[in-house]
Design a protein around this ligand. Structure first.
Ligand code: G5P
Ligand code: MG
Length: 226
């Protein structure tokens, strides 16, 4: 059996974590787990926990660590025989330590994208609120302007993607991510990527993963993404 491979992708809001994760999952057959996706699933289901996390997510505040670890870690336990990629988890040192106590990551991708680029991207971002599907009017526009591709329902823009709110989110990201980045750097598994275009960063990530996983993208099996 091939060795299991466990990776995580970190980066500020809008840095391309989701876009790149989907490409990795498709090219390398990793199971892709997005913390934001699971949170939005709970919100859409209107469970008690979902309504609680909504109060944080709506304000782009971090959901408490114990909620995040109890959301993510059991899902990983169910995937004990799979290779996986985490998008958006861990985000804090507490989350990283909780993960570390169960699994040793093989590789962490950290995206460094200039603030001006993030501002442009997020001000162009439209969301289908019920599913969390994300569009960008320049990069991946919906087929019909202002409408979700799957349901045809209207897309909305998030208040938190306005410049003042975005600045605060980025400051918070830097503060909270620093000890996590330092931890993974000290473990020798951190791989930072800088740039303004996902399409330019992607070939480097693709090549890094091909080397680390000792696999060519075309050899990979079919992914099961959320
Ligand atoms: P999420 O869902 O993890 P964020 O805010 O960290 O949300 P987001 O918005 O999902 O991050 P991303 O995944 O990094 O961004 O980026 P993306 O969606 O791929 O790309 C952003 C936009 O830019 C898209 O429209 C995309 O099409 C476009 N784009 C990508 N590349 C390019 C490019 O090269 N050029 C152009 N022009 N456009 C491009 O978390 C949501 C909330 O959940 C909570 C928090 O409240 C968080 O705010 N949360 C947690 N709380 C605590 N701990 C955790 N571990 C948590 N995880 C989630
Ligand atoms: Mg995302």
């Amino acid at each position: 059996m091939a060795k299991l491979f466990r990776a995580a992708i970190m980066g500020p809001p809008g840095s391309g974590k989701g876009t790149i994760s989907k490409r990795i999952a498709q090219s390398f057959g990793l199971q892709y787990l997005s913390s934001g996706h699971f949170l939005r699933e709970g919100i859409a289901a209107k469970t008690e926990a979902g309504l609680l996390v909504k109060t944080y997510v709506d304000r782009s505040m971090l959901v408490p660590d114990h909620v995040m670890t109890s959301l993510m870690l059991p899902r990983l336990k169910q995937l004990s025989n799979h290779s996986w990629l985490l998008d958006g988890f861990p985000r804090t040192l507490e989350q990283a330590l909780a993960l570390n106590s169960l699994y040793q990551l093989d590789l962490v991708i950290s995206l460094n994208i200039p603030y001006e680029t993030l501002k442009e991207r997020l001000s162009d971002r439209w969301i289908h609120p019920a599913s969390g599907r994300v569009y960008n009017m320049g990069f991946n526009p919906p087929r019909l302007q202002g409408k979700d591709d799957i349901t045809g329902e209207p897309l909305i823009q998030h208040d938190d993607d306005k410049p003042e709110a975005l600045m605060a989110r980025l400051r918070q990201y830097k503060e909270v991510a620093k000890p996590v980045i330092d931890l993974y750097k000290s473990q020798g598994i951190l791989h930072p990527f800088s740039g303004t275009d996902t399409d330019r960063i992607w070939p480097y990530i693709n090549s890094l993963l091909s080397t680390k996983m000792d696999i060519q993208p075309s050899d990979a099996c079919q992914p099961q993404t959320p």
